[in-house]
Design a protein around this ligand. Structure first.
Ligand SMILES: NC(=O)c1ccc[n+]([C@@H]2O[C@H](COP(=O)([O-])OP(=O)(O)OC[C@H]3O[C@@H](n4cnc5c(N)ncnc54)[C@H](O)[C@@H]3O)[C@@H](O)[C@H]2O)c1
Length: 205
């Protein structure tokens, strides 16, 4: 089943989750994957742009976790995985709302993990490095990012694939991760293990 939904809209999200419950009767897994960014100097960001990025990246997680949590708490079981970013940890220029919103995702993950730990619900995050998705391909075509630079600075010397992220999410949702909650799992080819390779190195001002 797929239902077109704006996950930053409370009404849309409530409609989505009541439909899921009507059709399936329970909910085992929630993956909060949606994210967006705008790249520009901080003083040029408008209030609407700031709100748009935070609504898309953070409020959507709250709305979906609130709706899913109602069912998961009744079941006393469930797994939530939030998609963060290495930029939530590393400093980076001209990405203030995006990077700070991803730091909020990490905190959201730890906080909700504590709240729901005794209810049988695990909450974790995956922080991707540079993954060849539609969004990244568009940034290459537009000349916003340079593929060669990213590859050169990644210890594994290649971009990640969506499957790399899916495998990490699958692991965190599985019983093999039964004692893991409140963690942020980096899936980044080793970028943050290189001294001095903070994310800002990828985005010179
Ligand atoms: N690709 C990377 O290298 C990379 C790196 C770090 C983190 N991430 C994170 O991974 C996640 C996925 O990124 P991606 O590269 O696949 O992005 P993408 O831009 O290719 O895809 C994002 C998807 O979210 C959908 N979307 C946007 N706003 C929405 C809304 N309000 N309601 C419903 N759907 C909405 C878009 O239609 C699109 O299908 C994001 O959270 C992103 O921040 C990606």
């Amino acid at each position: 089943m797929s239902i077109r939904t704006d996950v930053s809209s409370a009404a849309d999200v409530e409609r989505l989750f009541s439909e899921i419950h009507r059709v399936y009767g329970r909910l085992d897994v929630l993956i909060n994957n949606v994210g967006t960014t705008i790249r520009k100097p901080t003083v040029h960001f408008t209030e609407d742009e700031w709100d748009f990025i935070y609504d898309t990246n953070v409020k959507s997680m709250f709305l979906c976790a609130r709706a899913a949590g109602k069912w998961m708490l009744k079941q006393r079981a469930g797994s939530v995985v939030n998609i963060s970013s290495i930029l939530g940890t590393g400093g980076v220029s001209r990405r203030l709302p995006y990077a700070s919103s991803k730091a909020a995702v990490d905190s959201f993950t730890r906080t909700l993990a504590c709240e729901w730990a005794l209810d049988g619900i695990r909450v974790n995050a995956v922080a991707p490095g540079y993954i060849r998705t539609d969004g990244l391909n568009q940034a290459f075509v537009a000349g916003i990012l340079k593929e060669d630079d990213m590859v050169r600075r990644t210890p594994q010397a290649r971009l990640g694939t969506p499957e790399n992220i899916a495998d990490a999410v699958l692991f965190l949702c599985s019983s093999k991760a039964d004692y893991i909650t409140g963690t942020v799992l980096y899936v980044d080819g080793g970028i943050f293990r290189v001294p001095g390779s903070g994310a800002s190195a990828f985005f010179p001002s």
